[in-house]
Design a protein around this ligand. Structure first.
Ligand SMILES: Cc1ncc(COP(=O)(O)O)c(C=O)c1O
Length: 387
């Protein structure tokens, strides 16, 4: 009898052969700059917890209090039984941070992108998407049914030319881009994109997953960093990185948010963000606003690692980056995996990132505000020792 699932084994073999096989690693105990990984203590350069808030006592206390008051689950979608005052408070706090009229929180950043994009555009519309965009933007675009034109990474001139040629063939146009590219660490050319969008009557959705809490004077993100606060655009982000919790959001005009509450399927038809996650994110927003010294510390750490790379590791080519994500490229997936393993042996957790996540293999290092100088010294030493 033939087995309709036999192809799974074959596919797994192919994945192994290409050195693309991936599996989970278990982190034990509490989160921070040093963690226990599969029983071994390692310095953590693998997390998106840029401000070190995921293990912060105040977030833990806020989540615990909310769970005691409201329970563990939210029991339904926001439009049915799932809405709490806490959700409104969090949405107001994010809108306040971003200086937008309103905000809506989703149960994850991935769902925020899927929901927003599928609500905003459809078959008669055009999406222009950076080649290096996050999977959630790409899959949101596919799901929307719009025509997708993927432009070469950061190629603003290509965006302009495409719009010149084809804008009139479509009803709406949406430009989608990461603000901080998650697997490279560089920034999108937001001011130029917004100018082009204005010229060609396009909407812009910018994914601030890695910008929120990290970039800008008040931690509002890349939009603030580029002095674009107040310009008309759609700001999406996640609560799961610098904000140390779980969930996503879309911030923008009142009408945008009102529309999404009526039309975004991944908000309407899914269970509301849990009370614990909501309360933790709310506590994190307050810390982002009240403790700019955390951001200062993060950027000092980034500058220090860059200095060590320049002094001690000239053979390792850092990819262009203006964020706490620093990557150096390796010849192939096998080399990236080998260096990742050598680093683990030396007590450093910095993962190999390989195709299909990225076009070229690399090791990705993410900095935290809570790294000490000696942590960064150890990383540089381990890289210097690696062959
Ligand atoms: C750029 C970007 N957008 C969206 C997401 C999805 O966010 P979440 O993890 O909250 O689903 C991520 C991270 O996972 C990301 O890096």
């Amino acid at each position: 009898m033939s087995n309709p699932y036999a192809w799974l084994e074959q596919s797994l073999k192919t994945i192994h052969r290409a050195d693309w096989y991936r599996s989970v690693k278990t982190i034990q105990g509490s989160l921070g700059a040093v963690v226990a990984l599969d029983g071994q203590e390692v310095i953590n350069f693998a997390s998106n917890d840029y401000l070190g808030l995921a293990g912060d006592k105040r977030l833990i206390e806020a989540a615990t209090t909310a769970i005691q008051e409201f329970g563990t689950g939210s029991t339904g979608s926001r439009l049915l039984s799932g809405h709490r005052q806490l959700h409104s408070e969090l949405e107001t706090a994010i809108a306040n941070l971003k200086q937008t009229q309103d905000c809506v929180v989703f149960s994850s950043g991935y769902l925020a992108n899927l929901g927003a994009i599928t609500a905003l555009v459809g078959k008669r519309d055009l999406i222009l998407s950076d080649q290096y965009n996050h999977s959630s933007l790409k899959n949101g675009a596919i799901l929307s049914g719009a025509t997708i034109v993927e432009y070469l990474h950061g190629d603003i001139e290509a965006v302009k030319q495409e719009l010149h040629r084809t804008r009139n063939n479509y009803r709406r146009c949406l430009i989608i881009t990461d603000s901080v590219f998650s697997m490279d660490g560089d920034l999108c050319a937001l001011p130029a994109l917004l100018d082009i969008a204005e010229e060609f009557n396009c909407m812009v959705l910018v994914d601030e997953a890695h910008g929120t809490g990290v970039l800008g004077g008040s931690g509002a993100g890349c939009v603030e960093h580029f002095d674009c606060t107040g310009r008309i655009l759609i700001q999406m982000g996640t609560l799961s990185k610098a904000l140390g919790s779980l969930g996503g959001y879309v911030a923008g005009s009142k009408s945008l948010v009102d529309f999404l509450r009526n039309r975004a399927p991944s908000w309407i038809y899914t269970t509301a963000l849990s009370p614990g996650d909501t309360a933790a994110a709310l506590a994190a927003i307050k810390i982002v606003q009240q403790e700019p010294q955390r951001r200062d510390r993060l950027w000092k750490n980034v500058a220090y690692l860059r200095q060590l790379f320049a002094e001690l590791l000239p053979h390792l080519q850092l990819l262009p980056s203006q964020s706490p994500i620093l990557c150096f490229q390796l010849a192939n997936a096998g080399d990236a995996v080998r260096v990742g393993k050598e680093l683990i042996s030396a007590g450093i957790f910095a993962p190999a990132i390989r195709p299909p996540t990225v076009p070229t293999s690399r090791v990705r290092v993410t900095m935290m505000a809570t790294h000490e100088r000696e942590h960064i010294d150890k990383l540089a030493q381990a890289l210097a020792d690696s062959k």
